[in-house]
Write a protein that binds this ligand. Sequence first.
Ligand code: ZN
Length: 142
Amino acid sequence: MKVVCPYCFNVNNVPYKKSYKKANCGHCKESLLFDKVLELYEQNFDLVVANSSIPVVVDFWAPWCGPCKVMAPEFEKAAKEFPLKALFAKVNTQEEQNLAMRFDIRSIPTILIFKEGEIIYQMKGAMKKDAIVSLANSFLPN
Ligand SMILES: [Zn+2]
């Protein structure tokens, strides 16, 4: 399966496994077992989303949005449960207005889930960690 390295943004081919002890980027050698939230910009958005075989869960947020601030730590906690299973990412809609327009983000936070470049799920409003985890789980292979 294809995985974009969150450090150098090279595309890696990683064999699919139920769980991984170790997986490193073939280019920069950093661990691909990424369990944080990756910040996406217009410049890297398409590269990451189109080259990820795992679901990409994107939080569209803004610094002035109260519910977004409430959700951010919940989203970060959820990300810790999905290294190489789902990629958690965020887009600051105040900075990245072209991305916000392109995906017609009218209220925030909005979560979009992408699979191989296509939107497969869309949801508005803040969510708790457990709800985010079960949502992401529902898009993993059995
Ligand atoms: Zn790398």
